[in-house]
Design a protein around this ligand. Structure first.
Ligand code: TNX
Length: 462
């Protein structure tokens, strides 16, 4: 079917309403007469079948994640204590369905991260990428390098207070994510976006490179120029770099990524690699080759922003994360394409998938650099396998919606930027390619918005 009359996002692979059957109304809302069977024969680990009859609810799932997703679907189907009589057979299109939260520009407390995990998991996302370090702060305590949070975590962008996650906080986030079948992908961004590292280890940091882009950003948004040894609270990018050809930097990378691997259960460690405008391309390539080799040696799979694809000797297992546009700018597609023959690609085109772009020109929240305002139609109207010519669709691992936090100070800001566009990315990530249907999606979104609001989620009123 092309459009579901039911308020389901993401749209399941198959929805069949049982003709003539009355909705199911459990006599006792706390007892749904629910049977759950988990059996690999029911499909992949995330697949499920959900059958609702007048007598009760039956779930058959390929694995515990599938049973969890069946319950998310069930929650969207409930209306005034009733459930439609329906048979749903469902499985995801993409294995990697991610959201990203930037907790470096504005630190976010554990509770906020947990709530965002809940929001994402309810839409069947299964990865949370945490951007843990940037020029403005280092947010994860590491035993091997305690000075990082001691000296470089106390402030945020706009001069707001900072913060960091202790090891206990980190465990709490990981456990909460796991309980929602969400894998955490931690990012330590190198060699650029490292002004904060210089607060703790001045000897590792190269001098800031003040480009025209930096001057322009400071002119438009304020925040002043970055000064070595002083916390940076603006949001210019591309001025900082770790040194090259310095054995102390190698030791730093090895300490940081080895410890990160030890405290992270998931398969991926993100090494960043974006916007190194002040770094010589040859030095950049050597750096990315080194850091992806360090990560691979820990047994984890490195992930890097797509610029890193230009480095010929990148570790061959490295996954690329594409963040240029749906129509790639000249020179952006070649490095991204190079991941087709490495670890594959996660697609985050900035003009459609960046939840920190403004949803409306008048809102103080959000940025506009990625082709201005990103509407719901923009967020829904793209095809992840059609962006990079010459990359086999099988090499597209999935989709991720980043939310950078230059303007997002707290959960209310995050929710207003994310909702309802996060639903569009969820559907692109989960639903079959052929099921996409803008009119149906709009109707389903309208139906869900009132529920999201009733659940306390802050959603901008159009
Ligand atoms: C670009 S996209 C960045 C971030 C900014 C973001 C703001 C990418 C890999 N880097 O440093 O926060 O724009 O939208």
């Amino acid at each position: 079917m092309s459009a579901s009359p039911l308020p389901l996002i993401p749209l399941p692979a198959s929805v069949t309403l049982t003709e003539g059957a009355a909705p199911y109304r459990p006599a006792d809302p706390s007892d749904l007469h629910l049977t759950v069977t988990v059996d690999a024969a029911a499909g992949g680990p995330e697949a499920y079948m959900l059958r609702i009859t007048e007598r009760g609810i039956q779930i058959m799932a390929g694995g515990p994640a599938g049973a969890f997703y069946a319950r998310q679907t069930l929650a969207q189907l409930e209306h005034d204590g009733e459930y439609p009589a329906v048979v749903i057979e469902d499985a995801p299109r993409f294995a990697y369905r991610g959201v990203m939260l930037d907790v470096a520009r504005h630190f976010q407390p554990v509770e906020t991260v947990k709530t965002y995990i809940d929001h994402a998991a309810s839409l069947k996302f299964n990865h949370l990428h945490l951007h843990l370090t940037d020029d403005q702060g280092w947010r994860l305590a590491l035993d091997s390098r305690p000075a990082l949070v001691e000296k470089a975590s106390t402030t945020s962008a706009l001069g707001d207070p900072g913060g960091h996650y202790t090891r206990e906080d980190w465990t709490e986030i990981l456990e909460h994510a796991a309980s929602r079948h969400v894998t955490v992908v931690p990012e330590i961004d190198v060699p650029g976006h490292t002004h904060a590292v210089g607060l703790a280890y001045p000897e590792l940091a190269a001098d800031p490179v003040i480009s025209d882009l930096v001057l322009e950003t400071v002119e438009t948004f304020g925040g002043g120029l970055p000064l070595p040894g002083h916390p940076y609270t603006g949001w210019a990018v591309g001025f900082s770099s770790l040194k090259h050809d310095d054995p102390e930097v190698d030791r730093f990378l090895s300490d940081v990524f080895t410890e990160l691997a030890r405290i992270t259960p998931g398969p991926y460690l993100h090494v960043g690699g974006d916007e190194c405008h002040g770094t010589d391309p040859a030095d950049y390539a050597v750096f990315l080759e080194k850091v992806t080799a360090i990560v691979a040696a820990t047994g984890k799979t490195p992930v890097a922003w797509h610029e890193a694809g230009a480095a010929a000797g990148l570790h061959p297992a490295t996954v690329g994360q594409y963040w240029n546009y749906v129509q790639p700018e000249p020179g952006q597609d070649a490095p991204a394409r190079a991941f087709g023959s490495r670890g594959g690609l996660i697609m985050s085109p900035a003009d459609v998938a960046y939840l920190d772009m403004k949803f409306d020109a008048d809102s103080p929240l959000g940025l506009t650099w990625a082709k201005g305002v990103t509407t719901m139609q923009d967020a829904y109207g793209w095809e992840p396998t059609a962006i990079l010519d010459g990359v086999d669709p099988d090499r597209i691992l999935g989709v991720e919606a980043p939310l950078w936090s230059e303007t997002a100070r707290d959960l209310a800001d995050i929710e207003q930027l994310a909702f309802p566009r996060i639903g569009a990315i969820a559907e692109i990530a989960w639903s079959p390619a052929g099921a996409h249907d803008a009119a149906g999606f709009e109707a389903r979104t309208a139906a869900l918005i009132s529920r999201w609001k009733a659940a306390g989620i802050r959603i901008p009123t159009p």
